[in-house]
Each structure stands twice: as structure tokens, then as C-alpha cells.
Design a protein. Sequence first.
Length: 394
Amino acid sequence: MGIFRADKEKDDLVLLFDIGSSSVGGALFWMQKSGVPKIVKAIREPIVLEENIDVGRFLSSTAKSLEIVASRIYMAGLGAPGKIFCVLSAPWYFSQTRVIRLEKNVPFIFTSKLADSLIQKEITLFEEEHLDKYRKAGAPVLPIEFKNIKTVLNGYETPNPLNQKAKELAMTVFISMSGEQILETIKEVIRKHFHFTEIKFSSFVLSSFAVVRDMYINQGSFLLIDIGGEVTDVSMVKNNTLCESVSFPLGLNFMIRGVASALNITLNEARSLFSLFRDGHAEVSTAKKLDPVIGKLKTEWLRKFQESLANLSSDISVPATIYVAVDRDEAAFFCQIIETEQFNQYTLTESKFKVVFLDARVFHGLAQFEENVIRDPFLIIDSIYINRFLTKTP
């Protein structure tokens, strides 16, 4: 099951858009039979930082950045893409991992028809639980992704469950949805330059989970953290299964707004001072003023992070290995916060946190690049995921 199915047409030119809360990325890559995408163009455009977050204005600013990226890729004249994908980060989608269970007294055969029937029932349940409240709020949402992560028959994970006999079935499935207005706005911008009827959507949490899981197959359990401009997304993986994700509305822009407010300066000035402080280049007097301000902001971000871990862990331990996706310039800053936090002193953890920044070097050999193409980790992850799930059945 899933949004990405096997396709007989290999080596297609694929257009990818990565839409986050601080920037929009775009890439053209050749989908190869080897499973290693060849990226021929990569671009990233920041989203204008506003003093206050207004949903309508935020979507409009994001659409403008997407317009710039789409236009530059179109003008590059590198060929007509055969497929277009958009990978969304928080807050542009919401998701849930669910477990479908079936038990019978006599053995039954697991067939495609049975799986489809169970899945349709689960989609209906999900819609009843979530869609109505969004419709009542005047913000209709649409499903963008439905993926079967794991199938367990009689208590054993079964990679090829079709036509197998069992008395007990458990299917772990991942569902993601997005606002209809968000999806239509994105499609409208892209279709100004690329006249496609079908534009497929996915979530960054699923693409990063799949790629990291397959890279570190023996890891089994880990945390995934995606730190954007406005939102931080925290996901727990246990036994190679994406169990749950939570988000909190604090990212890099929270730090910049905090500095601007504390020092009564503009956002641009705050961004500049924050960068100098982060890199250790601020003048002594400036650093002295910034130190308590940024210290307080770090504490607030850490508090929300700790709350997220508590919500995720419940009665199970928190994995010690953490993979972090964040803009390269901010990696050391946020990784240091995570490494020094003391959450493991009062909850069940496996050991001291080990933080791995998902930069381009981590994916060495998993993607190819034309000369002078930027190595954007988010676009690399998305390209690997799309290539993998388009060239073979998940």
C-alpha cells in the first residue's frame, strides 16, 4: 500500500518540491533503477519571516517562495519532468500511525481483498475522528498518504504476507492529511510552470523515517527530529516502526523573534545578531547582552522538547539515538541543546543521548549529483525515498 507504487517506467526525470516552514526547496533528479537518484538541479528559497504568524499570510509567503523555486527550475531548461512530487513538513500536514487488528478462531488467508477492506474501514474511522472537526472549523482536509509500515501475522512480522494463513493479524499503517486550501494553493503555483494533472504529496516524516530506517537497519529504535522555522516535529521509532509523532510550535524563528523582542530591534537585526552569537563571532559587549536572552529561549525550547518526549514515551523508554534534520547553519546550536538536556535523569532512557545531524555527508553514495549542484539534505532524503518507492514495490 502507499502513495508510491512500483512503476514500469524507470529513469524518469522527476521534479520534487520540499515545502517547510522556513524555506521551500526544489530539485530535478533522474530516477534510476539502482535506487540511487541523480540530482541535476537543487534550489532553496527562504520564506519571509513575519513578526507575527498569520495563517493566511504565512501560506501566501510560502506560495511566493514556491513560485520562485518553480520558476527557476523551469527556466533552467533541463528537460520536462515525467512526475511531480511535493513533500510537506509541519505545519503543512498532520499524521497518525494506527494499528489495524483482526483475530479469528479459525485460520484465514491474508489476501489483497481482505487488506483493502480493512484499510478502507480504517480510513473511514480516521475520517470520522478527524475530518468532521476540520470541516466544522471551515478548513476541510484531504488525505495525502496512506502507507502500510508493517504486517504481523500470528505475532511475527511478515515481509510477504499475501496468501499466508493466520488467526491473528496486525497491520501498522501511517496516514497523513493536509488542508484542501494548502494543497490547492501549492498545485496552482506549480501548474503555472508545469502543466500536470497529477501532483503527488507526501510527508517529510515518512520519507526521513524510511530512509534513516533502511540506512541504520540494525538501530531498530531511534528518535527523528525535524527542526523547521516555525515548528519542531519529534517522532519515535521502535523496532523499525514509526510509532508516533508530535509537534510543538517553536523552531529557529522563535529564537529570532525572541531576540528582536528582548532587544527591541528588527527581525533582520535579530537574525544577524543571533547568527554572530551562534557562531561565536559577536563582540564581547553584544554577546554579554545576548547570552541571557538566548539562554532563556533555549530553556523554553528545551522545555517543549522534554514535554514532547514525555508525551511520546508514556510507558516505554525513550531511544537514545536521535537523528536531527535542520538547516546546516543551525545544526550545532540545536544539537548542543539536545545533547546537554537532562530528561534522561527522570525518565526511562536507554543511555545518554547520541545526536546525529542528517547532513549531506551521511548520505554519501546514496545519491549522485551533477557538477555544482548543492547538497541539500532535505532534498537528498526526499529524492532517495521517491526513487526507492517508485522503482520497487514498498
